[in-house]
Ligand binder design. Structure first.
Ligand code: ATP
Length: 595
């Protein structure tokens, strides 16, 4: 990713070194586009002169066949040049703005992929989507139509005024152009307010997107709690807020347009009045008078475009600031300078005096945790809900950062293990597992990328989900996720386990990953793991004792502290928290069997 200017202000799109780097990259395209634009402007400003000559020819009686022919040929040549020139500047200027939009979007996405869990906690998906769509669109408008109008204003405006002064009458030009300047001045001042209103409009759209995204994700909960009406009325409030901000922006835009038309009407009146007078006096010819009126019409556009250009740059800069705010978010979790050149990990895990509190909170969710697991062993973690089990494995994966000197794999502090090596060697099945809108085969092969159907089937068999998969109409090619078939919670869990098993990772972490399967299936999965993963390390988090009772070491967490450690038998004998969970679950089982 390119370096992004931190000091960028909405007032200056060009102040951003990030944007300047794109200008450098696409400089030739812009140069070709601007040359084509200037050529179009030069030739099109010849038209009033040619028409004026024809009118004078008729007026003075010097109109003959050769004159008509040459005038027609000139007009054809001009039309052809304008046609070709407009195609070229569209291609070079608008095309380049689309390329830059694509490049920035790529930068944003690859940066977002590096962002930590904390970042996603602070920025809603809807907000990020709004930056990637609406804001990028505004940046593109500044870099395409904005650049175009900027050069068009300068070229067309100055050539037209030059022609009016040199070929018609300087005084008439001054008299007619002064009212037009009012357009440029008023738009300049309204532009600031326009930028503020535009920023508010974009922010309200980001809020609205967030609300929609969250509601659609939670649609099942909304329906099951019959909260549709509440949801709809909240949506209406957000939507009204967005509507109000849009209207406020439109008010300014609406006021500006008729104002500009009024001013150009005044300029025309001045031109007709004073221009007609000096024509009668014989200072200019009828043809020149007609050319002048045409030039005046041509000038209205550059004057209006001055305002448009400023607005496009202002709104583009406001949007760029939001885009850069995302791009400037530091990558919090990354390889450190002390990262060693490791390729592989051994599954010996050592945790020493680990304490952790989440960013922006006061309370430790883990306190003074110490334990070790040897390569090839299985560690079971059990504890009441909220006791810190998921936090512990998230620290091991460096989804959140532990303190240096508290977590080691092999002989390395995990802060010194390259992130990709750490995560490649850990097969993680999260509690809230997620399937992508893709085939089951691709979902299983997601991390390992073996591309080998035999491996995929073997992993599915180990996760005891193969029989379910082949019952689907399209088997492993069945589409799942948002656009595909719905799979049950238990099937989803087992497809996720297969996704971790196919990697044959040095360390496998199952975070409450068999909670949605029956105990028979659970037993089969654990048996496969036990048989197939000899020499590798497993960490199994569970609420059911049956899931972890065969583990080599079990730790019992309570309120962020290890309260008991040992094997199943040892913990039963300790008659502490583990034993009370065990007895409670035994009782529940007996009652279930009696029913
Ligand atoms: N991102 C976060 N920011 C702040 N606090 C958090 C965050 N994630 C979890 N917590 C808090 O940390 C504590 C431990 O949560 P954790 O998810 O590790 O518990 P757990 O033992 O895995 O629970 P469960 O068995 O319900 O999955 C809880 O009090 C929780 O509210």
């Amino acid at each position: 990713m390119k370096t992004v200017a931190k000091e960028n202000r909405p007032s200056g799109l060009m102040k951003s070194s990030y944007i300047r780097s794109f200008f450098k990259k696409y400089l030739l395209n812009y140069i070709f586009g601007i040359i084509a634009l200037v050529i179009v402007d030069v030739v099109q400003t010849r038209v009033p002169i040619i028409v004026g000559e024809v009118i004078d020819g008729v007026d003075l009686g010097s109109f003959d066949a050769a004159f008509i022919k040459s005038s027609i040929l000139k007009l054809f040549a001009i039309a052809g040049t304008i046609y070709a020139g407009r195609i070229l500047w569209r291609y070079f200027i608008f095309g380049t703005s689309r390329s830059i939009e694509r490049d920035i979007r790529n930068d944003m996405f690859s940066h977002l992929e590096k962002m930590s869990a904390r970042f996603y906690h602070q920025h809603g998906t809807g907000e990020i989507m709004a930056h990637m769509t609406n804001d990028l669109e505004a940046v593109r408008m500044a870099l395409g139509p904005g650049i175009l109008t900027l050069f068009d204003v300068v070229a067309l405006g100055s050539i037209t005024i030059y022609n009016m002064v040199t070929e018609i009458d300087p005084l008439l030009t001054v008299a007619a152009v002064i009212p037009l300047l009012l357009i440029a001045i008023s738009v300049r001042f309204m532009g600031r307010e326009l930028q503020i209103r535009f920023t508010k409009k974009q922010e309200s759209f980001a809020d609205l997107s967030n609300y929609v995204q969250e509601n659609l994700s939670g649609i099942k909960v909304i329906k099951s709690f019959v909260q549709e009406n509440k949801s709809i009325s909240s949506f209406e409030k957000w939507n009204k807020n967005s509507y109000d901000k849009n209207i406020k922006l439109s008010v300014i835009q609406t006021l500006m347009h008729p104002f500009m038309q009024m001013i150009s009407g005044i300029a025309l009146a001045v031109a007709i009045g004073y221009g007609g007078y000096i024509t009668i006096k014989g200072r200019i010819t009828i043809g020149e008078f007609s050319a002048f009126i045409q030039y005046l019409g041509m000038l209205v556009w550059p004057m209006m475009a001055t305002g448009m250009t400023i607005n496009l740059f202002n709104t583009g800069a406001a949007s760029l600031e939001r885009v850069e705010r995302i791009l400037n978010e530091p990558v919090e979790i990354k390889d450190s300078i002390t990262t060693s050149a490791l390729d592989n990990l051994t599954g010996n895990i050592y945790v020493k005096n680990l304490s952790y509190k989440y960013p922006d909170t006061d309370k430790n969710v883990l306190s003074n945790i110490s334990f070790s697991v040897q390569k090839g062993q299985t560690l079971g973690i059990i504890g009441r809900t909220g006791s810190g089990k998921t936090t512990l494995v998230n620290l091991m994966l460096r989804i959140f950062e532990p303190d240096r000197g508290t977590m080691f794999i092999g002989n390395s502090d995990i802060l010194d293990i390259p992130l990709n090596v750490l995560r490649k060697n850990i097969g993680y099945v999260p509690q809230d597992n997620f399937l992508f809108s893709d085939t089951i085969a691709n979902n299983i092969d997601f991390g390992a990328r073996t591309g080998n159907m035999d491996n995929i089937i073997e992993a599915a068999k180990s996760a005891v989900v193969h029989d379910n998969i082949i019952e689907f109409k399209h088997g492993y090619e069945t589409l799942v996720g948002e656009k595909g078939v719905s799979v049950s919670g238990g099937q989803k869990q087992r497809i996720s386990i297969a996704r971790a098993l196919i990697k044959n990772p040095e360390i496998l972490i199952l975070d409450d990953s068999v909670s949605a399967v029956d105990t028979d299936t659970e037993e089969k999965i654990l048996k496969h793991i036990n048989e197939n993963r000899k020499g590798s390390t497993n960490i199994i988090i569970a609420h059911r004792i049956s899931t972890i009772q065969n583990a080599d070491v079990i730790i019992v967490l309570d309120e962020g502290k290890i309260v008991e450690t040992g094997t199943h038998q040892q913990l039963i004998q300790q008659a502490g928290l583990y034993n009370s969970i065990y007895e409670k679950q035994l009782l529940e089982k007996m009652l279930e069997e009696q029913e």
